[in-house]
Design a binder for this molecule. Structure first.
Ligand SMILES: [Zn+2]
Length: 203
């Protein structure tokens, strides 16, 4: 049985989304075609301009909405009630979202974007260490909480950061091992992650 070509293309695109298999993609595509033309239009309009409107925060790499002057500053960096002297380092935006959800972080963030991974050829030079050092200097950060995941790459990155940042004269702590080894912060529950932050230890 053959589907119209545009429908097949839509299914192929949707199936590339995380957590969406071929069957779910087909269900979504049929829903757009048969039942919800309005949703399809609204979604298309939103997606078309998404990358113009949203981009990485100039200070922390979190996602931010572009303002009228074209500048990108995220909600956390705009929030003056945040403690600028406390900086939490995470691997990716999804982890920042998870830490925020725990409610245990009153400081600000720095998103690395990647982790050390010697096997994949990702060495220290691939990490934004200069930008991080500049940020610490500018904001007079006194404590850095390293919240990279408890995986081999996450631990290797934490050790490298601890060495670099301690040399810069900052107190460096690591989130406690409440998050299971090899686990993903993104999928840790709020209470576990909140405890992991409260129970951080010096490196
Ligand atoms: Zn930011």
């Amino acid at each position: 049985m053959s589907s119209p070509e545009p429908l097949t293309r839509l299914v192929r695109l949707l199936a590339r989304l995380p957590g969406v298999g071929e069957k779910t993609a087909a269900r979504f595509a049929l829903h757009f075609c048969l039942e919800n033309a309005e949703l399809a239009g609204a979604l298309a309009a939103e997606l078309e301009h998404l990358h113009e409107r949203v981009g990485p925060c100039a200070r922390c790499n979190n996602l931010a909405e572009r303002d009228q002057d074209g500048a990108l500053l995220c909600g956390v960096c705009r929030d003056s009630r945040r403690d600028a002297a406390l900086l939490c380092i995470v691997a990716k935006v999804q982890d920042l979202v998870a830490v925020e959800r725990s409610g245990a972080m009153r400081g600000r963030y720095f998103v690395l974007g990647k982790l050390l991974s010697p096997l994949d050829g990702i060495g220290p030079e691939a990490l934004p260490l200069a930008a991080l050092a500049a940020r610490i200097e500018q904001d007079r950060v006194s404590e850095v909480i390293i919240a990279t995941p408890p995986s081999v790459d996450g631990e290797a990155t934490a050790l490298l950061l601890a060495r670099e940042l301690t040399a810069q004269g900052v107190r460096v702590t690591r989130i406690a091992s409440g998050v299971p080894h090899g686990g993903d912060l993104e999928f840790a529950d709020q209470i576990t992650l909140g405890r992991a932050i409260d129970g951080r230890r010096s490196l």
